[in-house]
Write a new protein. Structure first.
Length: 366
């Protein structure tokens, strides 16, 4: 099949959406499909293989990005240009996660798979006009609606009265391969956090935790250099903070960790752009990368995480974002190694259900 994934975000980048889309397209290419990944040309010339460490790259098409126009209009123009490019190349199936692109493809009666990762409340006025006056999901040319979580599926059914059979829950995945290693008793454990430095994701909580727990080493990987510089002020000696690393290098940093943390705010979780509340819908890429490592995962009690994770089976869930509780749980690890290694092993086994090969097959199973 001739497939085009129209993605309105800068690529390559360390943006989780970019990582997921590129790896999904790579997996589709491995299934012997003719797939083009079409993105705005924002000046980054690094190859996909170099940046993401993928073995097979989709055909990578960078189209002119109208950066001289105000933010928002340039993305509308890119969508128009990307759809036109797809038409010229006789694309049979389009995949997108952009709702304006979906509207264009609906108008042109093109076969499309739409990925939905959140609600539509923070979309542009134009998109809101269409979805409030026309059901943008009620179109026979939409061959599949992919919801990233069951909570997204429930939202779509309740808000748009979509037949639940048309919505397929296909979570994220990981492309990382690790060998499972048991955790041994150590004087100090390396405890890591990877991801956005937004307060709602837990970076400030990690700082407080490292100040409280001086018996272990803490590491934060995420954000831009200027954000890291700002966060580094007045941190304890047992905490190291580094900017985001390119995805092809992430494995080497994860491998140095013993414990991986996800102290997300359970009531309000901001998106990467800082807009809206994604606490009900999120399926963070790092969750699946964490699983793939076979390391111990300690996470906050975010309900949507429990679509994948189970407390005391493949992770440790802590109900409150309380530094004292988290320190206590971490200190208990040394004395519960048999139990902890069973939890780690279960997480590692679970990760085999969330590969990009499996994800790609599910997306194209129609």
């Amino acid at each position: 099949m001739r497939i085009a994934y129209l993605f309105n975000s800068s690529t390559p980048s360390s943006n989780p959406g970019s990582i997921q889309v590129v790896n999904t397209c790579s997996a589709i290419a491995k299934l012997s499909h003719d797939i083009k990944l079409i993105v705005p040309d924002t000046g980054l010339k690094t190859s996909l293989s170099e940046f993401y460490g993928i073995q097979k790259s989709p055909k990578f098409i960078r189209l002119k990005f109208f950066d001289k126009f105000p933010l928002g209009i340039n993305y509308y123009l890119f969508s128009l240009w990307a759809v036109f490019y797809g038409l010229l190349n006789k694309t049979e199936i389009y995949i997108t996660r952009n709702f304006f692109t979906l509207i264009l493809l609906n108008l042109l009666k093109k076969k499309v798979i739409i990925e939905v990762h959140h609600d539509l409340e923070n979309e542009s006025r134009l998109v809101k006009f269409f979805y409030r006056n026309f059901n943008i999901f009620y179109n026979h040319n939409i061959i599949k609606i992919v919801a990233i979580t069951h909570s997204v599926k429930k939202y779509l059914i309740n808000s748009f009265k979509i037949d639940k059979k048309k919505i397929h829950v296909i979570p994220s995945a990981s492309s990382l391969n690790f060998k499972f290693k048991k955790l041994k008793k150590k004087k100090k454990y390396n405890i890591g956090f990877f991801g956005s430095l937004d307060k709602s994701k837990g970076s400030n909580f990690i700082i407080s935790l490292s100040q409280k727990d001086k018996t272990n080493n803490y590491f934060i990987y995420g954000g831009k250099p200027y954000e890291v510089k700002k966060l580094k002020k007045n941190i304890p000696k047992n905490l190291k903070i580094y900017p985001s690393v390119i995805y092809s290098n992430i494995k080497s940093h994860l491998s140095k960790m013993d414990i991986l943390l996800m102290p997300s705010n359970t009531k309000k979780l901001r998106s990467l752009g800082g807009i809206g509340n994604i606490a009900k819908f999120t399926s963070p890429l790092k969750l699946f990368d964490y699983l793939a490592t076979g390391k111990l995962i300690i996470t906050s009690n975010l309900k949507v995480f429990q679509e994948i994770l189970t407390d005391k089976k493949n992770c440790i869930i802590i109900n409150k974002l309380d530094v004292n509780n988290w320190e206590k749980k971490i200190k208990q690890v040394k004395n519960q190694l048999f139990k902890i290694n069973n939890i780690k092993k279960n997480a590692y086994i679970l990760s085999k259900n969330y590969t990009y090969k499996i994800r790609a097959k599910k997306i194209l199973d129609f």
